[in-house]
Ligand binder design. Structure first.
Ligand SMILES: NC(=O)c1ccc[n+]([C@@H]2O[C@H](COP(=O)([O-])OP(=O)(O)OC[C@H]3O[C@@H](n4cnc5c(N)ncnc54)[C@H](O)[C@@H]3O)[C@@H](O)[C@H]2O)c1
Length: 327
């Protein structure tokens, strides 16, 4: 079965990461690209014979288009509006993060998808990154309840300040980057029982957020996330009851200390294949393929809009703690 797809939003992320992943996904057939910036839409479709161009996504849901699924890569406001329309018309939806501005909007989308029996997905590529998958399997093999510590340092160089006309640099940061980090932590550890958060302004309109999460298993997670760095750096450090500790350095090296067959002073190292294809390593290919596989076999995908609601609730708790501590 070939799944007819429309791409809504033809900006940087759509053209650089999502479109190549979509074209490398068998069973998905791109029919239409859509952007009010017609020049951008035409440039996107230029090398894709037979792909139509539209300025207004609302025209996609005519019976004549017969679209089965949309991939929306624009802004949280457009994600929400276009996803609502698509779901109302019985169309499966993948949105880039963040899927909405508010939790209430996301809850309404999750409810609509549930009532229509449609597949939804949010573009949290990091959990599909090859290195994170290796770490996830390692944790699963050693039993997640034996994990004691899971610390994440996530530093990016921007964007800084207000975004998407939210009138809140903090919400802008949390929706741009906080959701990515929380998706990873909740994917590995489940829902936290306790949340403590604070933030300081940093570097030219930037922000540094520090969060401590406690889990029913006894594990603790410390997160430092900032948008005032020189480049994107992701560091994950996890520690098990047995003393094993594992360090993941920017998706490019995973090192285990304390479990080497050579003795206590040795560590073992995993690295991605030298020639690993560009879109599988950062997880874009994995997230797009997972969406179409879920449609094909008729199951939920991860994270669905429903799963993302739980992430948004943690995000809201973090935001309100930071706001009340700075009042
Ligand atoms: N997962 C990741 O690694 C990652 C990386 C970058 C961006 N993103 C996300 O991708 C999304 C897009 O980011 P970007 O950097 O490509 O932004 P961008 O500004 O380059 O692209 C957004 C596009 O949406 C289009 N658009 C605006 N209104 C529209 C409408 N009504 N219908 C259709 N298209 C419309 C714009 O014309 C533009 O081409 C954001 O939500 C961002 O958070 C994710």
């Amino acid at each position: 079965m070939s799944i007819s797809v429309a791409l809504i939003g033809c900006g940087e992320q759509a053209r650089t990461n999502i479109l190549p992943s979509l074209l490398a996904t068998s069973g998905a057939c791109l029919r239409v690209v859509c952007d009010p910036n017609e020049e951008q839409a035409r440039a996107t479709a230029a090398c894709l014979p037979g792909v139509r161009v539209r300025k207004d996504y609302r025209a996609l849901f005519d019976d004549s288009e017969r679209i089965d699924a949309v991939i929306i890569v624009a802004s949280p406001q457009i994600h929400y509006e276009a996803a609502t329309l698509a779901l109302e018309h019985g169309v499966h939806v993948f949105t880039e993060k963040p899927p909405t501005v508010t939790t209430a909007e996301l809850e309404s989308l999750a409810e609509l998808a549930r009532s229509k029996g449609l597949v939804t997905a949010v573009g949290h590529n990091l959990r599909y990154a090859t290195a994170c998958d290796v770490l996830f399997q390692l944790i699963k093999d050693r039993a997640p309840e034996k994990l004691r510590g899971f610390d994440v340092r996530y530093v990016v160089s921007g964007p800084r300040g207000d975004r998407w006309a939210l009138n809140s640099p903090l919400r802008s940061f949390l929706l741009s980057h906080g959701v990515h980090v929380l998706d990873l932590v909740l994917h590995f550890l489940g829902q936290p029982g306790s949340i403590s958060a604070s933030a300081v302004p940093a570097g030219d309109g930037g922000i540094l957020v520090s969060v401590r999460l406690g889990f029913a298993s006894g594990a603790l997670s410390n997160i430092v996330a900032a948008n005032c760095g020189a480049l994107f750096q992701l560091d994950i450090w996890s520690m098990f009851e047995s003393g094993l500790h594992v360090h993941l350095d920017s998706l490019s090296e995973l090192r285990c200390y304390g479990e080497s067959s050579r003795g206590a002073r040795w560590s073992e190292c995993w690295r991605p294949k030298t020639l690993e294809a560009g879109y599988s390593r950062p997880g874009y290919l994995g997230e797009v393929r997972e969406f179409f596989e879920a449609i094909r076999v008729g199951r939920a995908t991860s994270p669905s809009f429903e799963e993302e609601v739980a992430t948004y609730r943690v995000l809201d708790a973090i935001e309100s703690q930071i706001e009340s501590s700075t009042c």
